[in-house]
Design a protein around this ligand. Structure first.
Ligand SMILES: [Zn+2]
Length: 177
């Protein structure tokens, strides 16, 4: 039974617990298929309950929250852009989340094309003609929000799941519309 204060509580990294104490024998890693089992079963339930678009929005919002906290935890928001990106690539690789590359950067208008190969969520999925990495869209928006203190819109334009064999994201400032 979830306690009532979950309704008002803000997520914090401490909510993830002390894994060293909690899993002295099993340790810190699980197979990717188990991670995906969690993710895709939650997605399935959300889609059936709330529809595809709403489920995507939930994942984007959750990804954004995660991205903000991930940035606070692992990245230095005071570093220059090149250093920040190089640290982002390294931490994604070290944590086996994916192999991040920057394809193009227009810093003046802030328009970035970023790819993730061997993506944790989707690499190897059956081809469905969909871009499915809405969680990563939110995650990247959260990371860059925390770094730049601005709102971003991130859209996946290629995905393993649509046959691209790589996930490609366009990251731009969010403009009022
Ligand atoms: Zn993807």
């Amino acid at each position: 039974m979830l306690s009532k204060n979950r309704e008002t509580k803000q997520f914090s990294w401490e909510d993830l617990g002390n894994i060293q104490i909690g899993r002295p024998n099993l340790g810190n890693n699980v197979p990717v298929e188990i991670f995906r089992l969690y993710l895709y079963s939650i997605r399935d339930v959300l889609v059936k309950k709330y529809g595809v678009e709403n489920a995507s929005d939930f994942f984007r919002d959750a990804g954004k929250l995660a991205g903000i906290h991930f940035c606070k935890k692992y990245l230095n928001v005071k570093s220059d852009f090149d250093v920040f990106i190089s640290d982002l690539r390294k931490i994604f690789f070290d944590l086996k989340m994916g192999d991040v590359r920057i394809e193009s950067v227009d810093l003046e208008n802030f328009n970035i094309l970023l790819t993730i190969a061997e993506d944790l969520d989707c690499s190897g999925l059956p081809i469905t003609e969909e871009e499915i990495c809405d969680y990563e869209e939110g995650f990247l928006a959260g990371v860059f929000r925390e770094y730049m203190k601005k709102e971003f819109i991130v859209r996946e334009i290629d995905c393993w799941a649509n046959g691209g064999r790589i996930c490609r994201f366009r990251i731009k400032y969010k403009t009022e519309s």
